[in-house]
Design a protein around this ligand. Structure first.
Ligand code: FE2
Length: 271
């Protein structure tokens, strides 16, 4: 199966770049399934139902999130109804929405997508991500009742992400880090066959501070006093992601390659 995962869309420029590029990416990369992290899509904070539908209609199959999942208060009202929206699975029991779900890909295969949040340097501090993963995957087994498993691990500390990847190595197809908005170059297939990257980067303007206009964050570092609201940068976005090809029999990864297109970053096309 050919799976594309795109990192956190930041603001209008991020989501418009994703929506614009998805048809071309889908065709050229012969994609079976597309996942996009959307927790910063609405002016940098959360996602609205309207934006969710725009990105799904643009070609994405699932939108994941993270610590900003419920920044738009309206999300609490519709998260239960939107099966293609995921919030971290390790939110407390009773939180609206779902953390994992199984979907049918374009090739007819079944893919389990899960969104789990780290706890190191993260707010809110959720339940233990490792035990959350154990319970999420206790009823679904790679190659048995699903053909692929992708985990969006939304975390700040690369040490936690790496350990989480090793914890799931051999049991899932891909562990992909999100949240820091900076792409790492440690994409690899772990020893047990799971594709891994500590952070896939964002889909946003890299002439910025993590996708936000750089003036106010810089002001806060310099003066320790808030002067203005933090708002998304408006320059051309770089679309950042990884493409993973999985083995149809085992569900484990055959390859993982980075994608970077548009904007300030040097372009990289999946090999
Ligand atoms: Fe985040």
């Amino acid at each position: 199966m050919r799976i594309l995962f795109l990192g956190d869309m930041v603001g209008r420029t991020g989501r418009e770049a994703v929506i614009k590029s998805l048809p071309d990416l889908s065709q050229k990369l012969k994609l079976d399934f597309i996942i996009v992290n959307g927790e910063n899509a609405a002016a940098g904070f959360g996602i609205t139902r309207k934006i969710l539908h725009q990105v799904l209609e643009g070609g994405a199959d699932v939108i994941t999130s993270g610590n900003h999942a419920f920044d738009q208060r309206e999300t609490l009202g519709w998260a239960d109804e939107e099966e293609r929206f995921l919030r971290p699975a390790n939110f407390p029991t009773g939180t609206p929405g779902r953390g994992s779900n199984i979907y049918e890909a374009r090739n007819g295969a079944l893919i389990l997508v899960s969104n789990i949040m780290g706890r190191v340097f993260m707010k809110p501090e959720l339940d233990d991500p490792f035990s959350a993963a154990e319970s999420e995957f206790s009823v679904c087994s790679l190659g048995l009742n699903v053909d692929a498993i992708v985990v969006d691990f939304h975390a700040e500390a690369t040490s936690e992400s790496q350990c989480f990847g090793h914890f799931l190595d051999g049991r899932v197809s891909l562990v992909v880090g999100t949240h820091t908005h900076i792409p790492t170059s440690d994409y690899q297939i772990l020893s047990g066959g799971t594709a891994y990257i500590s952070d896939v980067g964002m889909c946003g303007d890299y002439d910025s501070s993590l996708g936000m206009d750089k003036e106010e964050p810089l002001n806060r570092f310099l003066t320790k006093i808030s002067k203005n609201r933090v708002e998304p940068a408006k320059g051309t976005a770089t679309v950042c992601g990884v493409m993973v090809i999985t083995d149809d029999k085992t569900g484990l990864a055959l390859s993982i390659s980075p994608l970077r297109a548009g904007g300030k970053l040097t372009p990289v096309w999946p090999s």
